[in-house]
Design a protein around this ligand. Structure first.
Ligand code: 3PG
Length: 392
């Protein structure tokens, strides 16, 4: 894929799609990681004299104007980081925006309104895509986190403009792409999260690449049950049990080692102040549910990480939102922080967990994408990447 370095941007109107879908509470940004992650591309465009037109979605307004989902607070935060004004308009397309763009100076930055205020965005309506394309001479996609969406501003617009990747997009694709294509060994994947259903594609794709597959979190109990253990009230997907069994057989046939919890923290209810106990995996009481991996499991998972050269982690090991059931997830975060192996954290919950545990600075790569990194781990091509062409 071509990058912005291959394009001549001076004096050009550059439509740069970023993922500024940041968490907000009461109109305040609670985590601006994604804004900071987009700075290298934005700064490069400014330094090279482009007219920088930024576009993003925020939340899921479903094609309507939702006041709380305006991008105005994001423009303010971005201006602080850039140390220069960021003009914000209240629309993303139309004659007023076009006029405003025509008045832009080289190096100026303009943030458009939330593109999901338009019904055409998620429908990838060509009319909206053309309207957005009319604002610019070049399309830069730096919105890795939204690259799994085939929307007007992430994919459709590239039908009408030369399209290149921004630096964040490139970094995300290269890091995960190289790791999967040419892994250092031993290669360990740690898959967690609540549901087997959400991770089927990932497990399928990784089974013929990894040396070790660690499965923890809610989804692991369907595997544990498939191995013949009683799991009490723990999460269980009966319709996925056969598949879990098949994955374990496939793994064995390929010489991939699968690690499941050997002990767990069980609770009498799904609550931060539930009564909790540590039990071996063959002793889960019928009326309790596993909410975290136990201490022996933490040690075992950490020692597998220690003996690896490459580790990819996606999904928490327990209900880490409740501090009492966060120890398993924190232990994995710590193991990643302490190892010399190349460490990659798929976005979403595991990224949040590693930040909460304060280990973010000690891993090699934390993806800014949730769904997008999941789809890359599944081996899929992302629509927002597929459109980046060589026209420029
Ligand atoms: C994300 O937060 O994963 C991306 O910004 C995509 O958001 P979406 O799931 O609402 O499309």
């Amino acid at each position: 894929k071509k990058s912005i370095k291959d394009a001549d941007v001076r004096g050009k109107r550059v439509f740069c799609r970023v993922d500024f879908n940041v968490p907000m509470e009461d109109g305040k940004i609670t985590d601006d990681t994604r804004i900071r992650a987009a700075l290298p591309t934005i700064q490069y465009l400014i330094d090279h004299g482009a007219k920088v037109i930024l576009a993003s979605h925020l939340g899921r307004p479903k094609g309507k104007v939702v006041e709380e989902l305006r991008l105005t607070p994001v423009a303010d935060r971005l201006a602080e980081y850039l140390g220069k004004p960021v003009a914000k308009v209240d629309e993303a397309t139309g004659p007023d925006v076009e006029q405003r763009v025509n008045r832009m100076e080289n190096g100026e930055v303009l943030l458009l309104e939330n593109v999901r205020f338009y019904p055409g965005e998620e429908k990838n309506d060509p009319e909206l895509a053309r309207g957005l394309a009319r604002l610019a001479d070049l399309y830069v996609n730096d919105a890795f986190g939204a690259a799994h969406r085939a929307h007007a501003s992430t994919a459709g617009i590239a039908d009408y403009l030369p399209a290149v990747a921004g630096f964040l997009m490139q970094k995300e694709l290269e890091t995960l792409g190289q790791a999967l294509a040419n892994p250092k060994r031993p290669f360990t994947a740690i898959i967690g999260g609540a549901k087997v259903k959400d991770k089927i594609g990932v497990i399928e794709n990784l089974l013929d690449k990894v040396d070790n597959l660690i499965i923890g979190g809610g989804l692991s109990y369907t595997f544990v049950h498939a191995r013949g253990y009683e799991i009490g009230k723990s999460l269980f997907e009966a319709d996925k049990e056969e598949l879990a069994r098949k994955f374990m057989e496939d793994a064995e046939a390929r010489g991939v080692r699968i690690y499941l919890p050997v002990d767990v923290v069980v609770a009498d209810q799904f609550s931060p102040d539930a009564h909790a106990e540590i039990v071996d995996i063959d002793s889960i009481p019928a009326d309790m549910e596993a909410l975290d991996i136990g201490p022996r499991t933490r040690e075992q998972f950490a020692s597998v990480v220690k003996s690896s050269q490459l580790v990819i982690w996606n999904g928490p090991m327990g209900v880490f939102e409740f501090d009492r059931f966060a120890e398993g997830t924190n232990a994995v975060a710590r193991a990643l922080a302490e190892t010399d192996a190349v460490t990659i954290v798929g976005g979403g919950d595991s990224a949040a967990a590693i930040e909460k545990a304060d280990f973010a600075g000690q891993v090699d790569h934390i993806s800014t994408g949730g769904g997008a990194s999941l789809e890359l781990l599944e081996g899929k091509e992302l629509p927002g990447v597929a459109v980046l062409n060589d026209k420029e």
